[in-house]
Write a protein that binds this ligand. Structure first.
Ligand code: DON
Length: 559
């Protein structure tokens, strides 16, 4: 069955590649984009068998937990924005929450901030949200039986799948960091020897956990054997996640944020992600400029975009956190057109503003999350971003349960008042507390025009996510790119502090760079930014997909 799947995929790709490197993948009826080909193909099989975009996204997400273990997960959390063709959009927030016993000072040791406590310890594990979140979305909008959506992942975990060259490389590179977790080493290597491409990776414990989820629903994860295995692991290593906290975990249905940009309606994620708020705030500022005339990649367009980024990221740090713990967040104001205009007036067209390091800054953050974008034949659309936080999360597999735990607690601020030039942040809205969601940057987003689906976008990449999503939108709306061009185009990022533009190699020409420097910007080249999966709907009978090949070969399922 797997062999057949791969042959079908190769056939599709050879057909869709015609037209040049930047031609989008095309489909008529439905499309599933993710970072893994097996997962996307399972998603599209679900569409073919009568599933909705929600069904396909769920099945794809479960398969990614098996075939793309660096970010695909059942031990993490995320966000899903659903835009049905003929109804109001909804958002699902299945972000992890802090376990009992968490506190604003929990990452201090002897009064000093301890990075490893924050990011690399059992204290960095939040109560996972993925299974409850996917189930809630399915209960409200799924069509096929739940079990049918989880079964493909069960089979792939139990029977194994051929390791791709990208996965082999990824597993090889994480092996060293996993040495302290023998159960992780056992699951992801052959007795300590890295897997070679095309070897079969079987994960029997994960298969049994997924089977419990398939048969029992969320209780198969949050109660009974799986919950007991998590609790035992936590108790043995000083972690805080308890059986009671697992049982009590709730995914939340939220009203998506709405914005408008040059006649397109924007639907994106509200807090506990900062993504939608910052995205709409930036678009409102940028709407006042003629970016098209300035031109893609011009110093003017980059400068104005960076200034919008700077301002939205300052507000992100100042105001945003879990809405259930911060009743006064001024979201409506932040995403309003008048506020965008007010901020725009503070932007000088020929001079970089200066970010003050005395107020806020941001902790270092890794880049390992993943994006699923789905459109079905009815033009229902899903943008789903979920994560373990670091690549392979805490790197720790739950013994007997076969899945990796997140280290999402690292997204809470370090400690009260601890804001440093070295990029820690200590503002109140995002300090840890029991049951609180840590602030995210994930930005699953859907665009419509005159009420019709136009674009689905989203990306991994920590705080760069928001800017990557912004750039995919500007690339399509302002610079007329197709979906693949919009994904391939070089990216840049500014997050207020540190006060510099981070840019992908080859994304800014030398003369653009010198013009930006002459305006006062500091520039730093970076490794690649994000892994966006973009679907554009240019007409009634065509879907165009842009698959990001920065981190993996990417996966497009089409029909
Ligand atoms: O929620 C967040 O914003 C981060 N934990 C996401 C981490 C991430 O995107 C890493 N991605 N590649």
């Amino acid at each position: 069955m797997r062999l057949t799947t791969r042959i079908v995929v190769l056939t599709l790709l050879s057909v869709t590649a015609v037209g040049g490197g930047s031609a989008p993948v095309r489909a008529r009826h439905g499309m599933v984009l993710s970072e893994d080909q097996i997962a996307s193909q399972v998603g599209v099989d679900i569409l073919r068998n009568g599933g909705t975009a929600i069904d396909a996204a769920i099945a794809t997400a479960f398969v990614l937990a098996v075939t793309f273990p660096s970010a695909g997960n059942i031990g993490g959390g995320g966000f899903l924005v659903y835009r049905p063709a003929s109804d109001a959009s909804v958002a699902y927030d299945f972000r992890e929450v802090a376990p009992p016993g968490s506190s604003a000072e929990m990452f201090l040791r002897d009064g000093h901030y301890d990075f490893d406590r924050h990011h690399n310890s059992y204290l960095s594990v939040g109560v996972p949200g993925t299974v409850r979140g996917l189930h809630l979305a399915w209960k409200e909008h799924g069509k096929l039986p739940w079990r049918q959506l989880v079964d493909p992942a069960v089979k792939l975990a139990r029977d194994g799948f051929p390791v791709s060259s990208q996965l082999a490389q990824s597993l090889r590179s994480v092996l060293h960091d996993m040495q302290v977790y023998p159960v992780s080493v056992a699951q992801f290597s052959r007795n300590g020897t890295p897997y070679e491409p095309l070897e079969i990776l079987k994960q029997p414990d994960l298969g049994r956990t997924l089977q419990r989820i398939a048969v029992q629903g969320p209780s198969g994860f949050y109660e009974g054997e799986t919950a007991a295995l998590i609790e035992r692991d936590m108790k043995a290593h000083g972690g805080l996640v308890t059986g009671a906290a697992l049982k009590a975990y709730e995914a939340k249905k939220r009203t998506p944020l709405r914005g408008g940009y040059r006649g397109y309606e924007i639907t994106s994620m509200p807090p506990s992600s900062s993504g939608g708020t910052a995205l709409i705030e930036m678009l409102n500022m940028l709407e006042g400029y003629d970016l098209t005339s300035s031109g893609y990649g011009s110093a003017t367009a980059v400068h104005l975009t960076v200034e919008a980024m700077r301002r939205a990221f300052a507000d992100r740090a100042r105001y945003l956190g879990d809405p259930d713990f911060n009743s006064n967040m001024p979201i409506d104001r932040l995403i309003s057109k008048p506020y965008g205009a007010q901020l725009r007036r503070t932007i000088a067209t020929n001079r970089a503003s200066i970010s003050s390091p005395t107020t806020f800054s941001w902790p270092a953050e890794s880049a390992e999350t993943t994006q699923i974008s789905v459109v079905d034949s009815q033009r229902n659309a899903v943008s789903l971003t979920y994560t373990l936080e670091y690549s392979y999360g805490s790197r720790s597999v739950v013994p007997g349960a076969g899945f990796l735990l997140n280290n999402e607690m690292g997204d809470f601020n370090a400690a009260p008042g601890l804001t440093t030039a070295e990029s820690l942040i200590g503002s109140d809205p995002n300090l840890a507390a029991p049951r609180k969601r840590m602030l995210s940057s994930m930005t699953p987003t859907i665009l419509t025009k005159n009420g019709k689906l136009f674009m689905v976008t989203g990306s991994p990449g920590g705080r760069t996510i928001i800017n990557t999503v912004l750039l995919t939108i500007l690339n399509v709306v302002d610079f007329g790119m197709n979906a693949q061009e919009a994904v391939d185009a070089g990216r840049f990022h500014h997050q207020w502090l540190p006060d510099r533009i981070q840019y992908e190699r080859l994304s800014l020409s030398p003369d653009t760079q010198s013009l930006l420097r002459s305006k006062g910007h500091e520039l730093r080249e970076t490794a690649s930014q994000g892994a966006a999966e973009v679907i554009v709907v240019p007409g009634d009978d065509v879907l165009e997909g842009g698959v990001d090949r920065r981190r993996t070969g990417g996966g497009a399922g089409v029909y």
